[in-house]
Ligand binder design. Structure first.
Ligand SMILES: Nc1nc2c(c(=O)[nH]1)N[C@H]1C(S)=C(S)[C@@H](COP(=O)(O)O)O[C@H]1N2
Ligand SMILES: [Mo]
Length: 300
């Protein structure tokens, strides 16, 4: 992990998370990059709104990953022996240089950063997760989308022999999600390979998963095996399953309720009182510009 060699433009939020991290690291007498940051140090950080990350045990024991189970508390156990070696991510479709990456190559090629992000599930609970990963735009730049490319499709692993939910067909698999190209290329969109400075556990989407912090959690596909550039909006698992409840955009929006519950507030895991849900999950300053002149109620 190297915090020191990255002076690309960071949104204020990340800047603050990083500054808080550096302050803490210095206070504790460690030089960033030379000392492993323990979960305890990581947990003593905060997001840019001043809230501490959710504890490691909650993040890794309360999971939505239907390929294993629809029961959040069962996922970790059922995913424990999920085999992720070897792992390849095939990137293709409308791009100049389609590529199949070995996971190890991705890790070597793109410097891994820390990002402390809120995760807001469409079910109205939320967490703060300290991810390790890299911006998806690194891969986009590497394969060079064609001018016609307007969307990306993400396909998750669907291995019946290892995933009981896939075997029981509790949803249509493989799990498919999508983003508009500009959303995918946004600097907040990452591919995560770790959390709390450890390799990402199977239940959280090992070995590589998408994280799009201003959208409901279901957009952040786990265990990705394929990324495809397309000219048409891809059909996605949840929008196919229940179209009037789950749209393609799925931006966190306290003003658009789920047909069966309110989205104006949320339960932060580990807290007693509900919190107000923030537009774009608190990332409006960074991402609202992507949707100028766009009807966010119609495009829910
Ligand atoms: N492949 C796949 N990705 C998925 C899901 C899933 O069932 N399958 N669940 C989504 C939902 S609804 C949420 S809220 C997040 C949960 O991520 P976490 O378990 O790391 O908190 O993963 C998302 N990614
Ligand atoms: Mo979710």
């Amino acid at each position: 992990m190297d915090e020191s060699n990255r002076d690309f433009i960071t949104p204020e939020s990340i800047y603050y998370a990083r500054r808080a991290f550096l302050k803490k690291a210095v206070a504790l007498g460690c030089v960033a990059g030379s000392v492993a940051i323990t979960p305890e140090i990581f947990a003593s950080l905060a997001d840019e709104l001043g809230d501490a990350p959710t504890d490691y045990d909650s993040i890794t024991s309360y999971n939505n990953f239907y390929e294993f189970s629809t029961s959040k508390s069962e996922v970790a156990r059922l995913a424990r022996s999920f085999s992720t070696t070897p792992w390849r991510v095939e990137v293709g479709g409308m791009c100049q240089s389609p590529k199949t990456y070995e996971l190890a190559d991705l890790l070597k090629r793109f410097p891994i950063e820390r990002r402390i992000y809120r995760l807001r599930c469409v079910e109205a609970w939320s967490m703060i997760i300290p991810w390790n990963g890299f911006e998806l735009n690194k891969i986009i730049d590497d394969v060079k989308p064609l001018n016609e490319a307007k969307f990306l499709l993400f396909v998750s692993a669907a291995d019946k022999s290892q995933m009981p939910g896939v075997a029981s067909a509790n949803l249509a698999y493989p799990y498919r999600e999508g983003l508009r190209l500009d959303e995918a290329a946004h600097r907040l969109t990452i591919l995560a390979t770790g959390l709390y400075d450890k390799p990402i556990p199977p239940q959280n989407g090992a070995p590589i998963r998408l994280v799009v912090p201003w959208k409901y959690g279901f957009k952040s596909s786990k265990s990705i095996v394929k990324i495809e550039f397309t000219d048409k909006m891809p059909s996605t698992t949840w929008s196919e399953a229940i179209p009037h409840e789950y749209g393609f955009y799925a931006n966190v929006n306290p003003e658009v309720d789920h047909p069966r519950w309110t989205q104006s507030s949320e339960r932060r895991i580990g807290e007693f009182l509900r919190r107000k849900t923030l537009p774009f999950n608190g990332y409006a300053k960074e991402v609202a510009g992507l949707y100028e002149g766009f009807d966010l109620k119609k495009n829910f």
